[in-house]
Design a protein around this ligand. Structure first.
Ligand code: SME
Length: 156
């Protein structure tokens, strides 16, 4: 059976193969959300990107995603995505209801991981948000796999 680390490495390679040289960030985010959801199926209830609004710089706006309807805008510092954007650090949350300021776009979501995405200049461009209906669905292996994908996403 293929291990989770191998699955992450395979999907990372697929994403890199598709997006290398692509000039549109939207196309890159759409490809990653699609291939992650295809790979991990129902384990990923919501899979997608919140992008830094170029007009405001301190607010995220929803980008390409797979799943139920997401909130449109999240200020930096608010909720799990907003904290990941403000700190530039991955947020691994076993119980979203215990996270201060959590934004419940869909009440079925119970745990999540949010990984910052930096562009080739090292500036924050977006965050990748993956939600699950299970509590504690994500671990450090998911974190390592998603961080490797996010490192490559805008830089290849
Ligand atoms: N739960 C997130 C909001 C985004 S959605 O779940 C799609 C948060 O608190 O950042």
């Amino acid at each position: 059976m293929t291990s989770k680390a191998e699955l992450y490495d395979d999907v990372r390679k697929q994403i890199v193969a598709v997006v290398t040289g692509e000039t549109s960030h939207t196309a890159r985010y759409a490809t990653a959300s699609c291939l992650l959801r295809e790979t991990f199926g129902d384990r990923y209830f919501w899979t997608g990107f919140y992008v830094v609004d170029p007009a405001k710089k301190t607010e995220l706006v929803v980008g390409p995603y797979q799943g139920t309807m997401g909130c449109l805008r999240i200020p930096f510092g608010k909720g799990v995505c907003g904290v990941a954007a403000a700190t530039g650090e991955t947020q691994l949350v076993e119980d979203v209801h215990a996270f201060p300021g959590h934004i419940a776009c869909d009440s079925r979501s119970n745990s999540e991981i949010v990984v910052p995405v930096f562009d080739s200049k090292g500036e924050l461009a977006a965050v990748l948000d993956v939600d699950s209906t299970e509590f504690g669905a994500f671990d450090t292996e998911d974190q390592a796999g998603l961080e490797a994908i996010c490192r490559d996403l805008l830089t290849v």
